[in-house]
Design a protein around this ligand. Structure first.
Ligand SMILES: Nc1ncnc2c1ncn2[C@@H]1O[C@H](COP(=O)(O)OP(=O)(O)OP(=O)(O)O)[C@@H](O)[C@H]1O
Ligand SMILES: [Mg+2]
Length: 192
């Protein structure tokens, strides 16, 4: 049987990144719903793309509609959701891409397991630490209102825990920084 954990042919992952004239890595955005993960991923991607980088975004809403459409929001399925996304992100990094991942990813052990899949120095955890009150004020998807009415059980920050990162590579509070200021901080942190 073909061993996917081992060498995959004669073209090494770093050769693929070198062909794209870049370093391949994963930027993992975590934080509450409405914190600004997707917004920042989109703007960071645009910045990198304009610089000639090869990028891809894995976003919770899209992945849940396809790759993980069989999964619910139970704790076990949320964990499986993150496990799959981390594996896909790792494959994309091996393909030489800069991958931007934007999922609530509320559980610390799942984010740590994701980090463990990547070579040292190629995983950047960005904690989008916008306070719950601000996320709820924005209520972009009207999910907080529904959760407060009891219509969405186990909603992160309301009746399901969010475990904050202990030592992320970067913290961004979008109630204090503009989108552009946040992008600058992220670009400085990833050093590209
Ligand atoms: N400085 C800022 N940075 C990012 N987003 C901001 C900022 N100020 C206001 N916003 C707004 O906050 C909202 C953040 O929503 P976004 O969909 O990015 O959150 P999310 O973390 O991806 O949530 P979800 O987990 O539900 O997908 C957007 O409407 C965005 O325009
Ligand atoms: Mg989002």
């Amino acid at each position: 049987m073909y061993d996917l954990s081992g060498p995959q042919g004669l073209v090494r992952p770093d050769y693929r990144a070198a062909r794209k004239k870049q370093r391949a890595f994963c930027v993992w955005f975590t934080g509450l719903s409405g914190a600004g993960k997707s917004t920042l991923a989109v703007h960071v991607e645009q910045f990198l793309h304009n610089q000639g980088r090869h990028t891809f975004i894995l976003d919770g809403d899209h992945v849940r509609a396809g790759l993980c459409r069989d999964l619910s929001f139970s704790e076990a399925d949320r964990r499986e959701n993150i496990r799959r996304v981390a594996e896909v992100a790792r494959l994309m990094v091996d393909a030489g891409l800069i991958v931007l991942v934007s999922f609530i990813s509320p559980f610390r052990r799942d984010r740590d397991a994701a980090r463990a899949l990547f070579p040292a120095g190629s995983f950047y955890e960005v904690f989008v630490e916008t306070p719950l009150a601000e996320c709820e004020r924005r209520d972009v998807k009207q999910l907080y209102a529904k959760a407060r009415q009891g219509l969405i059980p186990q909603f992160t920050g309301i009746d399901s825990p969010y475990e904050a990162p202990i030592s992320p590579e970067l913290r961004i509070d979008t109630s204090e920084l503009s989108i552009n200021e946040s992008v600058v901080q992220i670009i400085c942190a990833i050093g590209t």
